[in-house]
Write a protein that binds this ligand. Structure first.
Ligand SMILES: [Zn+2]
Length: 155
């Protein structure tokens, strides 16, 4: 098999206790918190779900035309422009880019996996390199984004 299977079958029970979905706040909604520390480079989580051609709010892109949904945690990861983790959409793993402490919110760069986002949004990640308006890697800011960026440049 040369591409990802239609149904990922990675074992999830080996690291079920390592993460938890939490409510961050009204604005940001749900996020994923590490329940223990992970050194940089460590695999945090192996995920599984249903792969289809449907793009939805909590899906992640697997390849040019397919998305994985129904995952236990990774569909709830927050975006960060300078993230502490990255997704491998071939091996279906989430790995730490930096040392992550217990209690840290795990973040990934949405543009690293997504050609198009379900919904573009203004980022509040506070990273020095924050891009401000977040889009997929293959799309331009929408009308709301153009307006948001124009307003920001004036300040
Ligand atoms: Zn940002």
């Amino acid at each position: 098999m040369t591409s990802a299977p239609d149904r990922a079958t990675a074992r999830q029970d080996d690291d079920d206790e390592a993460l938890e979905v939490v409510r961050l706040d009204e604005l940001r909604g749900l996020g994923v918190r590490a329940r223990r520390a992970f050194p940089a480079g460590d695999v945090i989580h192996r995920f599984a779900g249903v792969v289809s051609e449907t793009l939805c709010q909590h899906s992640l892109q697997v390849d040019a035309s397919r998305h994985i949904s129904g995952t236990r945690y990774i569909g709830y990861l927050s975006h960060g422009c300078d993230p502490n983790a990255r997704l491998d959409m071939t091996g279906f793993t989430l790995a730490a880019l930096r040392d992550i402490k217990a209690g840290d919110i795990v973040t990934v760069d949405y543009a690293a996996t997504e050609d198009r986002l379900h919904r573009q949004f203004a980022c509040r990640c506070a990273a020095p390199a924050c891009r401000g308006w977040i889009t997929g890697r293959d799309e331009r800011p929408n009308a709301e984004g153009e307006q948001w960026l124009a307003t920001r440049d004036v300040r």
